[in-house]
Design a protein around this ligand. Sequence first.
Ligand code: G6Q
Length: 541
Amino acid sequence: MSEAWDTLRSHRQDLEGISLASLIDAADRGQHFTHQLSDLHVDLTRHLATDQTLELLFDLARERRVEALREAMFSGEPVNTTEDRAALHIALRNQSDRPILADGVNVMPEVNAVLRKMQAFCESVHNGTWRGSTGQRIETVINIGIGGSDLGPAMATEALRPWWSNGLHVRFVSNVDPSHLSDTIRDLDPETTLFIIASKTFGTQETLTNAHAARRWIAKALGETAVSRHFVAVSTNADRVAAFGIDTDNMFEFWDWVGGRYSMWSAIGLSIAMAIGFDQFTALLEGAHEMDCHFRDAPMHKNIPILLGLLDCWYRECWDCQSRAVLPYDQHLHRLPAYLQQLEMESNGKRTRIDGSPTTEGTAMIVWGEPGTNGQHSFHQMLHQGTTLVPCDFLVAATPTETVDDDRYDILVANCLAQAQALARGHGLDNIKAELEETELSESDISTLAPQKVMPGNRPSTTFLYRQLDPATLGRLISLFEHRVFVQGAVWGIDSFDQWGVELGKHLATEILPSVVDGSATQGDATTRRLTTHMDALRRG
Ligand code: G6Q
């Protein structure tokens, strides 16, 4: 029972037939619907929401104790209740050095010590003090990790490609499909390649299997003794790192209070720091910290993560939106949708509340997307005219990260602005008919064609506009998305920091593996056994 939701549902009925165009055109629309943090401008004017909607959403946030839960997270309380852990990714970028307690202990000295160790290691690779076993300088770093130990660093290193320095190249291997590793190392020289094995548990099947394969590649070319110069680890589990054969002096630690998908700010970000240099990695942390302070301190009506999280819940519950599209008009953000898929869907794709009761509202929306303008020549048709309402996130920088000698970048920006406007305002039947009447078409052709061209409009979007996609801006953006997910989870009453839904599949894969290896088809249910039999027949040719 939720009084706030009941009121919001009936408010939604009142908005039936509302015109987004008229909302946008109101003189004071910018007042409560545009927000700024440093150079990050967030435009919410194209949302199906009025000032009253926002007030009712704030009532919902009060009812669900969003601000109190936020404080609990910042204070190191075990907000990951099902695992009895704090979720303190905010400590990893706490540039103020304010003490932050987990289990009553200030974590900042440890956090800062690991950052210093990462810095020293980055510098030693960059300046050639750290070399491969044959004395060659390291030219390529490969991060082997999966899920939270891959998606954040992979997204960020791609996003910050223009900041790559020191001549190092960074690549990522995540999939246990053997082709991922072999495609990644095919053109590389083992003598100049360094592997970072990134795994919180150091027990993940895919990562360890790939790590062993990489180790064989190094050992075959350079001998077993070379392993210590070509492998470092990022983990919370020193025993397993040592058992793999990596000297724990070359292990970068983090802690159980860092969730995998919230870990790119920890030593899991070593690959990012390797690519862009430690100073720029620090700028990334500073940007994130700035957003953390904003999220913690700003009142609800000015709080960007709170506003976005509440609007997400509004669309999910009151407009039956099943998905949200993430549309970066920024090629370097091409891994952002994949990163956000994990952040949002693994955090909030749940059906049970913290207290064990079933949720009564829909939870995580499906997050999907592609960079613009590519998506325009593909799925935007559905965004504009489909029967499903999909709120969209547009992201665009005012200036490109490279010098361009023509108008390609302005074309990109104009397309971004045009898409959001077209979604919101659409194109009505009367105008279309009037346009077609100027052509040679007959009246009957016009009456058939005109309805096909109608763009209903009223389709909501957020525009994130920033000066340039630099490390601090990326830090602000990603921290904003993390806190937006926190707000959604708080409203839905779920634990956003666990992921029990991934366990059954892992367990079954372990059970089924032996019968895939020997072709006996003895494991799994009838369909699995039938498929394993067919697989075996295909393998035998
Ligand atoms: C993230 C999840 C999950 C995790 C991977 C890798 O929040 O917990 O994606 O990051 O399963 O786990 P390891 O880092 O332990 O290898």
